[in-house]
Design a protein. Structure first.
Length: 206
């Protein structure tokens, strides 16, 4: 559940946070450029020099704050992509070991029961999932999955070469376990439909 929340948070809030921070920085730098143009003109004055000083300081303060936020968002992004790649590889291995169209290979009773439709619909941000009757899903989907794993891996390698941010150097914005505590107060509408036999809890998806 905590991994799910991290991925959902990044998708829903990441772009908005970046946009807000960039808008603020862009506004201040644009203002500073406008003031610089007035230097040496008839509009130049003691007040202008003071405005330049304050605006310059404001831009630098915002950039420092933004850097910390961007680093935090990068760690969230890279962590989510790492989890995705690991689970994609796991999906490929299990899909190869348990093809749906081979009746001689029986599925294993792992203790998980229930429909996954609600969870998938939330991830896709749709009301109802629509399914394709693909008779070759054992071959075409696994082949596509294998290619996509390579693409994700290559993308992360390229980005990590450009972004030098050590995960352990990024300061968390909330204390450890805060996500799990927030899950306890979530209403029944956020409880996943997958349950585990023999356990006294349900998996939470938010």
């Amino acid at each position: 559940a905590m991994q799910w929340k991290k991925a959902v948070f990044l998708s829903a809030m990441g772009k908005e946070e970046c946009k807000t921070m960039l808008d603020a920085l862009n506004k201040v730098t644009a203002c500073y450029r406008h003031l610089v143009i007035a230097l040496g003109s008839t509009s130049d004055s003691q007040n202008l020099r003071e405005e330049l000083k304050r605006t310059r300081k404001k831009a630098q303060d915002i950039s420092k704050e933004d850097r910390a936020e961007y680093e935090r968002l990068w760690v969230l992004f890279s962590s989510s992509m790492e989890l995705l790649e690991v689970d994609m590889k796991r999906s490929l291995e299990i899909g190869q070991d348990f093809p749906l169209k081979v009746p001689t290979r029986h599925l294993i009773q792992t203790g998980m029961t229930g429909s996954t439709t609600t969870v998938a619909a939330r991830a896709m941000s749709v009301q109802n999932m629509k399914y394709d009757a693909d008779s070759n899903i054992d071959t075409t989907d696994l082949r596509d999955l294998q290619c996509e794993i390579g693409q994700v891996s290559q993308m992360m390698e390229e980005m990590e070469m450009k972004v030098q941010v050590a995960p352990w150097a990024v300061e968390a914005k909330q204390e450890a376990g805060a996500e799990l505590k927030s899950n306890m107060s979530v209403g029944n509408s956020s409880v996943g439909v997958i349950s585990i036999f023999g356990c006294c809890f349900q998996v939470l998806y938010i």
